[in-house]
Design a protein around this ligand. Structure first.
Ligand code: ADP
Length: 218
């Protein structure tokens, strides 16, 4: 599902990624751990096609994204990849339903189809009673679940999450972690999760340790 081959990335004179190669299979839940500044977020951004490597190749679901032009890439990203961030990044002026509809609308489906897909996903995540609420009217855990619904609405093959439970309390954190495994079991989604949470990392199928821009164990 994801294949990285000799990825390097520099910011000015700082070499942040020093030749990263690994493969992640469909349906795997993989955590990426390592000290602050190791390059985890940069690596996730490159996997998510939000940033490009200086050298090396990235294949996602059989496609070599390193060669894609920006316009083609943004359509590919919206269809194939769902993102979950530490802070939900929902748009405050829109309801939960409207927020979840956005990636479907960008994909070019009609608003009635986008509404139906968003309702189904919110329902699946136990949020049907919250569809008309705006983010400020939702709890922290609910906001993060709406963000997960938004990441899933186009049924992407990969979900990339950067410290997804970093802003949640223990109970919501555990619920979110359970949700990821549930989604993998029910929908076959592949998850790559950057986390400092040792409890979450210990539950994932595999942990990739990154130190100073290199993989030290897979
Ligand atoms: P981690 O997620 O492991 O904490 P990051 O990938 O966020 O690490 O950052 C790795 C290093 O790259 C850090 O030293 C950070 O300051 C630097 N860095 C990240 N993004 C940029 C950027 N856009 N411009 C310059 N330096 C950056």
């Amino acid at each position: 599902m994801i294949q990285l081959e000799s990825i390097t990335k520099n910011f000015g004179s700082l070499q942040v990624l020093k030749g990263i190669s690994f493969t992640i299979e469909k349906g795997e839940v993989v955590s990426i751990v390592g000290p602050s500044g190791a390059g985890k977020t940069t690596l996730l951004q490159i996997m998510g096609t939000l940033d490009r490597p200086d050298s090396g190749q990235v294949w996602l679901n059989g496609t070599d994204v390193s060669r894609m032009k920006e316009k083609e890439l943004s359509a590919f990203r919206n269809r194939e990849i769902g993102f979950v961030f530490q802070f939900h990044q929902l748009l405050p002026e829109f309801t939960a339903l409207e927020n979840v509809m956005i990636p479907a609308l960008i994909q070019g489906v009609s608003s009635s189809t986008a509404r139906k897909s968003a309702m189904e996903m919110l329902d699946f995540l136990g949020l049907s009673s919250r569809v008309s609420h705006k983010p400020a009217e939702l709890s922290g855990g609910e906001k993060q679940r709406v963000a997960v619904a938004r990441a899933l609405v186009n049924h992407p093959s990969v979900i990339l999450a950067d410290e997804p439970s970093g802003s949640l309390d223990t109970q919501n954190k555990e619920e979110l972690h359970r949700l990821f495994f549930d989604l993998r079991d029910k929908l076959g989604q592949t998850f790559v999760i950057v986390t400092h949470d040792e409890d979450l990392a210990s539950k994932t199928d595999r942990t990739i340790h990154l130190i100073d821009g290199r993989v030290v164990s897979l």
